[in-house]
Design a protein around this ligand. Structure first.
Ligand SMILES: [Zn+2]
Length: 429
């Protein structure tokens, strides 16, 4: 058992009085951030050494004496602001060092933005479904009810942040849970992440699972394009332009939220609905390479597929990873070079452009490209990393479930788990 950190973002509903307190505290955090930033910039311009987190933290008591309003804020919260500025600088320097010339140095925080208030280790209390925070602005207590479905082991909550987005308020709770030990139970599930099917999976029993990708972008993108066209006909930054711009951003947020929601639900199902303790996905690095401009065309076309959504797929893999860990399973990223080109029966490499959905091999193997990818991925993993018995069993199972032809995937974008049990008609071995 080892600890792992999880975060949970929960909406809270402050009263108008509490809202005022939150804004006052946020304002002080913002000012201390800007103040510390100005000091660092000044030091940088004039070659003054030693303006770092430690120095700025040591200055806090003096600042509080001079400006007592800063004592409104719980002292560790202010320290955390300075630490986050230091972290912003560190990542900025790291980016520059790695050659990202366009990396921007930390910026001043504007008045209209709510600066996140972070309570690290102390200053908050979780009791009977309520979370409360220390402050010295006035006597209004900052306590918020948490919905019943969220329960935390109080001693394991390490950090709580209060944030706001468009007049909605949230607490983000970082807590530690014991990660159950992973046991290889000799059951495996290989997952192919794709475009039309975000997921095609095969388990070591040789059964397939195909999930159509939900594509909220297909619904939203045309709407976004239309509103953008209307916006662009207006004078830039005029009132009408701003109105259309707001609508456009609202649509984009909805699209992104729907996609994320879908990925959350799907990753939870994938992890929980399998007996396998080991999940295998293709290595996304290779997918990313397919997009890279430096890859010559002839290699690129040979790579699995040039997905345009590597970014959101990366997030999906991240979901799978931590959701697996939480229940004692493992997600393994594995080399998937050529998995969609290689016939899994005879090993022949085919020319498989992205639009070609079915592999039709001379050896008699007819299978959709996603399923083929999965089987190849599984075969490679089992032959290299698992016990040999697992590999044999997998091949045997595939042979036994081999009845009838593989169905060509329908282009529908429906959402749902479709446990298609039919397997490809093949001769294995
Ligand atoms: Zn073949």
């Amino acid at each position: 058992m080892k600890p792992m950190k999880l975060t949970q973002k929960i909406r809270i509903f402050p009263t108008p009085e509490q809202e005022e307190v939150l804004w006052k505290l946020s304002e002080k955090c913002r000012l201390i951030y800007n103040f510390a930033l100005a000091e660092r910039r000044h030091a940088y311009r004039h070659g003054i050494k030693g303006v770092n987190y430690r120095k700025q933290q040591n200055d806090l008591p003096r600042i509080k004496k001079q400006y007592p309003e800063y004592t409104w804020v719980y002292s560790k919260v202010l320290q955390y602001v300075l630490r986050s500025l230091a972290a912003d600088y560190e990542s900025f320097f790291a980016l520059r060092k790695n050659g990202y010339a366009e990396a921007r140095s930390p910026r001043y925080k504007g008045k209209q933005y709510f600066t996140t208030i972070v309570y690290n280790q102390s200053g908050f209390k979780l009791e009977q479904g309520t979370i409360s925070f220390s402050h010295n602005y006035n006597d209004i207590p900052l306590g918020f009810a948490l919905p019943e479905k969220f329960s935390f082991d109080n001693t394991q909550v390490k950090q709580v942040a209060i944030s706001a987005q468009r007049n909605r308020y949230f607490v983000t709770i970082t807590h530690q849970v014991e990660e159950p030990a992973y046991v290889d139970n000799e059951q495996y599930q290989a997952i192919d992440l794709g475009v039309t099917h975000i997921v095609t999976a095969v388990n070591s029993q040789g059964k397939f699972l195909v999930v159509n990708n939900q594509r909220p972008d297909k619904y939203w993108n045309p709407k976004i394009a239309r509103i953008q066209a209307r916006r662009d006909r207006c004078k830039k930054f005029s009132n009408r332009w701003k109105l259309f711009n707001r609508i456009k951003r609202k649509y984009e947020r909805k699209r992104d939220a729907q996609l994320k929601n879908f990925q959350h639900k799907l990753s939870t199902k994938l992890v929980n609905n399998t007996k396998a303790n080991t999940l295998i996905v293709g290595d996304l690095e290779i997918k990313a390479m397919a997009q890279s401009k430096n890859v010559p065309n002839f290699i690129r076309s040979g790579l699995n597929r040039a997905t345009q959504n590597t970014g959101t797929l990366g997030r999906f893999v991240h979901f799978l990873t931590y959701k697996s860990k939480r229940v004692g399973k493992r997600l393994i990223e594995f080399d998937e070079c050529n998995t969609s080109r290689e016939c899994y029966v005879c090993g022949k490499l085919h020319y498989m452009p992205i639009w070609q959905r079915v592999m039709n091999c001379e050896c008699g193997n007819v299978i959709t490209r996603d399923k083929n990818s999965c089987v190849v991925l599984m075969k490679r993993y089992l032959s290299q990393n698992a016990k040999w018995t697992g590999y044999q069993a997998f091949l045997d199972n595939l042979r036994q479930t081999a009845k009838g032809k593989t169905k060509v995937p329908s282009p529908s974008d429906g959402y749902g788990l479709e446990d298609s049990q039919e397997a490809p008609s093949v001769k294995v071995g």
